[in-house]
Design a protein around this ligand. Structure first.
Ligand SMILES: C[S@@+](CC[C@H](N)C(=O)[O-])C[C@H]1O[C@@H](n2cnc3c(N)ncnc32)[C@H](O)[C@@H]1O
Length: 273
């Protein structure tokens, strides 16, 4: 972050945000931080980082607005549906058999919950493929995010129709209530545990995991942070465990030696058994 170091007022502002709100700004891409802070500065009509810093002191609500802007949380059920189909067969079905239903998954950066409930649905589908009926009491999906509001929405688990546009209709009927807002059925909901967690500062919540899904999150981090995180994921996986990244994210660094690329198109990696 050379430019950030060259810009003392920007550096002072990001250090202050990190200190007061416990978000590790130093690990985010500078361009990304600048763009989002600029959105808030424009919205409040301030033109310098120093003035924006003063505004934060005077208006606590602006901190919430800024954190919302920093932790962009666009998401959907079965986002990139073809990825979920590829994950189910053969990977999740094999995993379900090998673990005899004791499948542990982690949705890291889960936003408002569409991703962890999608994982729960995919696990349920793997169970069904193996002829197992609910409750699938030994399976679990940890859903974590840094953003409290997103976590509240994950826990509330109420979703408008538009969030299901990529989800196959048979899965929607099988695993969600019919009325709007739709809710996951109790067997799915029971699988998901909601946790606050900062990927840049904390160890994984409850390793080891058989499946880690971290999609469209690391793109916001700088390269050293991405590399550290990939290694952390590799270490948190069980032998034979899977890592799923976002469509535009690629594993690099030391973690490449620990994880094999199974499906380059869908960004599925596996720790050798
Ligand atoms: C674009 S959303 C991705 C949601 C979901 N994974 C998906 O692909 O549909 C990015 C999420 O990362 C979360 N996030 C950003 N920084 C984080 C951090 N340091 N620790 C944990 N989550 C973080 C944001 O709050 C946001 O919910």
């Amino acid at each position: 972050m050379t430019a950030q170091q060259d810009d003392p007022s920007f550096k002072a502002l990001t250090q202050k945000i990190s200190r007061t709100r416990g978000i590790g700004c130093e690990s985010y891409k500078e361009k990304c931080l600048k763009r989002r802070i600029a959105v808030r500065m424009r919205a409040r009509g301030v033109h310098s980082y120093d003035d924006y810093s003063k505004l934060l002191d005077e208006d606590a609500h602006e901190y919430d607005q800024l954190l919302d802007a920093l932790t962009i949380n666009v998401t959907k059920f079965y986002r990139n549906a073809e990825t979920w189909a590829a994950l189910l067969r053969p990977y999740l079905v094999d995993l379900w058999r090998a673990r005899r239903g004791r499948v542990r998954a982690w949705s890291a950066g889960c936003a408002s919950g569409e991703e962890p409930y999608s994982i729960a649905v995919a696990i349920a589908e793997a169970a069904r493929a193996c002829g197992e009926t609910p409750p699938w009491s030994h399976a679990r999906v940890d859903a974590s995010d840094i953003d409290r509001e997103s976590l509240e929405r994950t826990a509330a688990a109420e979703y408008p129709e538009v969030t299901f546009s990529e989800m196959p209709k048979d899965l929607l009927r099988r695993y969600f209530t019919a009325d709007a807002p739709r809710r996951p059925v109790p067997e799915i909901r029971r699988l998901v545990r909601v946790l606050r967690h900062d990927l840049t500062r904390e160890r994984p919540p409850d390793p080891p995991y058989d499946l880690i899904v971290c999609r469209n999150v690391v793109i916001y981090f700088d390269r050293p942070m991405q590399e550290r995180l990939f290694l952390t994921f590799a270490e948190a996986l069980t032998p034979g465990g899977l890592l799923l990244l976002g469509k535009v994210e690629t594993l690099f660094g030391t973690a490449r030696e620990r994880l094999a690329l199974e499906d380059p198109r869908e960004r599925i990696y596996r720790r050798p058994a």
